[in-house]
Write a protein that binds this ligand. Sequence first.
Ligand code: DGL
Length: 259
Amino acid sequence: MKNTNPIGLFDSGIGGTTIWQEIHNLMPNEDTLFLADQKNAPYGTQTKEAILALSHKNVQYLVDQGCKLVVVACNTATTNAIDELRATFAIPIIGIEPAIKPASLLTKTSTIGVLATKGTITSDLFTSKLKLYPNVKIIEQIGYNLVTLIEAGQLHSQEMKELLQLYLLPMVEQGMDTLVLGCTHYPYLTPIIRTILPADIHIIDSGEAVAKRTQSVLKEHHLLTTSTQLGHAIFYTNIDPASLQAFAPHEVQVQQIEF
Ligand code: DGL
């Protein structure tokens, strides 16, 4: 495997761009290939078996393209499929999970909230991680319909604002002072969430930590690129590229392919 081969990423859709951005910020010379499986979004309402099958298909595609490492840029796919993916594929696979540990260190009220998809919140991996924090009250909230609205271009709709109020205000009433965004689509909601939550509530996600982890795993495997040029990025989708293009950096041309 050459160190100049690309880093692969996948998500059910637009959310993966938030992780791509963190990786590109930290390692701008790395080539990247991002797969948005928008035809099958959302993943968060599907069964574990379906999420496993979709995740397997995506990683296989990225491996076939020569990726040296794959980032599962999706909490739902990570919490349902990471063990199976690591057991199946020979290249390093990095996952993303809700940032409960940093939130537990930040909270002063010992009360944190986690907003994530149904697939993440009901997964065995997520449930087992909660047990590691017996002294912290963790309020779990499923973000019903949020990903569907983002994928449909309804980020700034009245419906989105009302759903966020419905999910978040009861968490504030229960004493939450730190909110974990447990889905890679949700960082796009931060400006709207800021208008709903009191100003002193922390909002955190796992994007930067995942980029740092990716860098250290590449280093361990002697796979950090030796290129001194700005990395080349390709974004693939399996539907009309317009919705993903709206969230892609302007220099990246989204391509529609079958996968
Ligand atoms: N962006 C994904 C996540 O981090 C998937 C959301 C979905 O497709 O439901 O969970």
